[in-house]
Design a protein around this ligand. Structure first.
Ligand SMILES: [Zn+2]
Length: 112
């Protein structure tokens, strides 16, 4: 994987993270509209954290994986399977940039 590929994938990951956080934000706005009161400002930080739990399990799993991938890019370990450490084929990474496991480990995890 070259630097350009890495840059492109990093951008895709950040866009995906923004998309997911946008879901959280729009849910937060719904809450604001529903609660017209004085305590909203002090509560907004808590509300944001609570709203993260409003994501579906699938959305949370993806957000976790996206953030883990961004950390791995920083550390230079991106593109390796988290379970066995082998290189994940580029085609698989390109299709799912937040992929954590190689196909072998993924299918073993799905069977168990
Ligand atoms: Zn593996």
């Amino acid at each position: 994987m070259n630097q350009n590929d890495l840059k492109k994938l990093r951008k895709m990951l950040m866009e995906k993270r923004d998309d997911l956080l946008q879901v959280v934000r729009s849910k937060k706005e719904d809450l604001r509209e529903a609660e017209i009161g004085d305590e909203i400002d002090s509560a907004s930080e808590t509300a944001e954290k609570e709203m993260l739990f409003e994501l579906t399990d699938n959305e949370k799993t993806i957000l976790d994986a996206v953030e883990a991938s961004l950390r791995k890019i920083e550390k230079g370990t991106y593109g390796k399977c988290e379970a066995c450490g082998s290189k994940i084929p580029f085609a698989r990474i390109e299709a799912i940039p937040w992929v954590r496991y190689c196909i072998d480990c993924q299918s073993k995890a799905e069977k168990s």
